[in-house]
Design a binder for this molecule. Structure first.
Ligand SMILES: Cc1ncc(COP(=O)(O)O)c(C=O)c1O
Length: 476
């Protein structure tokens, strides 16, 4: 396996030299790190948020180097993207080679080889053999737009049901089915009409206790779906139901298998298509190629992105021919859709995942991470502050207690309280200590999305930083 923690002293020196060279280049142009930061703050839209100051100079494996000399362990993987670490040599080489062959072979002009090779690689990895028709796009949001269009065309019905707590992106269709936070759509209504939602089987969505059973949550959510179909959107008007098998931006919550199976049954009964959004959970992240696998549920449309090409922009919308044959040629497409460089990178990702036995590593490192986090939670000093440790594979979260546990009415993080809560403070402390890590959802949640080829030592280092950060923050 390509191990990043075990970088030789020579490559560590080479990294430091590269970072120093970048700083010298900027300095030669009269641009210090501080002035570049100020330049960015002045000219980059305020609509983007950042978790740290500084200019990224390069990434290698599990680490990111900043121009100011910080060498940081990256437990964000650029939000679940660089699953094989930064600049995996095989992936970068495949992309570089493709750059010298053909960079842009527009999908509306002709087929290109990496596109077809990628389909060859993906076909045997599909969670169900019926998934045999592919379309590649650039981003997760675009893929969601495509899935919504396909579902409406295939069924001739308008409405889409999504999950309260679900996140599907920031473009208009994707935003309309996103129900994780209002920030993504605040002030931009009207959104795409014809969208409805039911609560994800997550205790917060019902104001329940974290100890409520999965079967009770499942029953409650499925009941909500039944009454939604009876009271708000009739089955004959309902094209599709879209769900993340592991809620991402909603708090890192795996959907119970029985819930996913229940959805499949209800969809089958009413001719509703089931869209499985694996933009974040897919491609080995949760310990299987796709997170839907353990449930045995067949998606009608499966969406993949992020880790698919390890950082090159690529998403996939996969369905069965019977559905995609209903689309008129030209109704799908996009200038950069299925770019050859991204596809070549994705072929290399699929090969590297197998060659390097990534799924085995995910299993081992997941065990290590859960053991460390549960030990921290069991510590009597820390126990009162940790509400939940959850997730699957290397998509793991720690939820801290919030004002609700102190008797406040609302158990949520709002834009006003975001930095005050434990999750934000712990993440900030981790960053000060040399580890990039993200929060998620409107609750007090810190998420762990490290590279899937992370070494045991790197995982131990990350857990140590996190534990120290928690202990320091709860004392202040
Ligand atoms: C589950 C899920 N769906 C869709 C998206 C949107 O993808 P993108 O940001 O590439 O548009 C994301 C992004 O985080 C996601 O996590």
């Amino acid at each position: 396996m390509y191990r990043l923690g075990s970088l030789s002293r020579r490559s560590t020196r080479a990294i430091a030299a590269n970072v120093a060279a970048a700083a010298t280049r900027y300095n030669a142009r009269g641009l210090s790190t501080e002035s570049l930061q100020a330049f960015g703050e002045k000219h980059v839209t305020r609509g983007l948020g950042r978790i740290t100051e500084g200019i990224v100079a390069q990434g290698r494996g599990s680490y990111v180097d900043f121009q100011d000399g910080r060498h940081m362990l990256d437990f964000t993987t650029g939000i679940g993207v660089t699953n094989l670490g930064h600049c995996h040599p095989k992936v970068s080489k495949a992309a570089a080679d493709q750059c010298m062959n053909i960079v842009h072979a527009q999908c509306g002009i002709a087929f290109h080889e990496p596109y077809l090779q990628l389909i060859e690689r993906l076909l045997p990895l599909m969670p169900h053999p019926s998934l045999d028709s592919f379309f590649f796009w650039n981003s997760g949001s675009e893929a969601i737009e495509c899935a919504i269009k396909m579902a409406r065309i295939a069924t001739g019905r308008p409405n889409i049901i999504s999950m309260q707590g679900g996140y599907h992106g920031r473009t208009f269709g994707a935003m309309a089915v996103t129900r994780s936070k209002t920030i993504y759509s605040e002030g931009v209504a009207p959104l795409m009409p014809g969208t409805f939602s039911i609560p994800f089987p997550f205790w917060h969505q019902f104001g329940a206790s974290p100890t409520i059973s999965e079967s009770e949550l499942t029953a409650n959510s499925l009941y909500q779906l039944e009454i939604l179909l009876a009271q708000q959107t009739a089955p004959r008007d309902t094209a599709a139901l879209i769900i993340e098998p592991v809620l991402g931006e909603g708090g890192y919550v795996p959907a119970p298998n029985e819930f996913l199976q229940g959805l499949r049954e209800i969809c089958d009964k009413h001719g509703i298509l089931l869209i499985i959004d694996e933009v974040q959970s897919g491609f080995c992240r949760t310990g299987s190629w796709f997170a839907i696998e353990p449930s045995g549920v067949r998606p009608d449309i499966l969406i993949s992105a992020k880790g698919l090409a390890n950082g090159f922009p690529l998403s996939a919308i996969i369905s069965r021919k019977e559905i995609t044959d209903l689309l008129k040629p030209g109704s799908m497409g996009g200038t950069y859709a299925g770019n050859p460089v991204s596809c070549a990178a994705a072929v290399a990702v699929a090969d590297a995942m197998k060659e390097e036995k990534i799924l085995d590593n995910v299993k081992e490192r997941s065990k290590q991470l859960f053991t460390e986090l549960n030990a921290l939670k069991a510590d009597p000093e820390v126990a009162p502050y940790i509400l939940d440790v959850r997730g699957r594979g290397l998509m793991v979260a720690v939820e801290f207690t919030s004002s609700a546990s102190a008797g406040s009415k609302y158990d949520v993080v709002t834009s006003e309280t975001e930095q005050v809560g434990l999750a934000g403070r712990v993440a900030k402390k981790c960053i000060e200590k040399g580890m990039l890590i993200l929060t998620t959802s409107m609750y007090e949640v810190v998420r762990f999305i490290p590279p899937l080829n992370i070494s045991e030592e790197e995982m131990a280092k990350g857990c140590k930083i996190f534990a120290e950060a928690v202990r320091e923050v709860i004392k202040t």
